[in-house]
Design a protein around this ligand. Sequence first.
Ligand SMILES: O=P(O)(O)OC[C@H]1O[C@H](O[C@H]2O[C@H](CO)[C@@H](O)[C@H](O)[C@H]2O)[C@H](O)[C@@H](O)[C@@H]1O
Length: 384
Amino acid sequence: MDLKSNTSPVVTDPAPVTQSRLGIHSALMPYSPAGPTFSPTLFLSIPRKKPGILDDVRSNTWLDAMKSSSPTHRKKSKDSSAEQAPNENDLAYRIWMLKYPSALSSFEQITNYAKGKRIALFLDYDGTLSPIVDDPDQAFMSSAMRAAVRNVAKYLPTAIISGRSRDKVYDFVGLAELYYAGSHGMDIMSHVRSISDDYSCIRSTDKQGKEVNLFQPASEFLPMIDEVFRSLVELTKDITGGKVENNKFCVSVHYRNVDEKSWSTIGESVDELLKHYPRLRLTHGRKVLEVRPVLNWDKGKAVEFLLESLGLNKCDDVLPIYIGDDRTDEDAFKVLREGNKGYGILVSSIPKESSAFYSLRDPSEVMEFLKCLVSWKKSSACSN
Ligand SMILES: O=P(O)(O)OC[C@H]1O[C@H](O[C@H]2O[C@H](CO)[C@@H](O)[C@H](O)[C@H]2O)[C@H](O)[C@@H](O)[C@@H]1O
């Protein structure tokens, strides 16, 4: 099957892969960590072409854009949760995996490369640690997953980077030993330690009363985001199944439970409203429209910030690994790939274009991978 043809089941990610893949796998790749290219001015200097336009989707109509970001998933057989016997889609997935090999079957390759290095682990939440469910308020992670994350965090510095508000994702995960970045990285709580003057942080305390640094580059947008949140709730109140979620520095408009016939209505309502807010932009997630500040800040920048605040940036012996499933995670994959810094692992059960190096099929494979990391750390501690 030609994965490049129009009939290809590959979902082309709207965010273009700007750097060609290296072809060979990174165990063989030259490793040249680069420092963060942080610009003191965070505001995107390129004005949006048209207010309200979808920044990350090459599409003409709302419906096309929303459909392209909501690919059909592999069907499960009626009488069991097992997936159907191999079909054309499975073949496409296997071909796709030649480009994005399983991080589980490539585990030895990853750890060979990680020998003598300190792994820093970055995890997305929805679709990575918890399965995608219809109700965003019910996206709980399993206790087995929580235990796996708790365990891995004993051995590796571990951060959660989510589109959710930081408080909400903390409530879902419930582990004080991790670092948290909410609102797609626009709200980061980290160690109190000396950090580059480029990042202006404020001192605060965490839930345990410990002193921490808060980095909130979009703080001035707070009143605007609140206002837009309220307007969106009002605008969508008659659309059955629509849900608007306040993620503090960004707003999610969910259409997972909206009849497809009303998708364009929901899209056009958001677009119409945003014409009055040229400093806000829209991006797409999994059956969700994300309203966020026009700011040069994303999950990739959040990874760089966290590495710096953990004292792990510009270190030859640090290997960051980022695991995520969504378009917003591509920014982090790109940062790791472009600086030859580390590995992105895409969680997907369907073929998707990505800047990640490896893949995992679903959250259960993510849990397996975390357990493998723990076993590997334990055995390498014994052999030292
Ligand atoms: O960065 P993430 O942690 O992956 O957050 C991205 C968005 O995740 C949530 O929405 C997604 O998951 C929901 C629960 O499974 C699902 O119902 C929804 O359709 C998905 O888009 C969250 O609710 C959003 O606010 C986050 O932006």
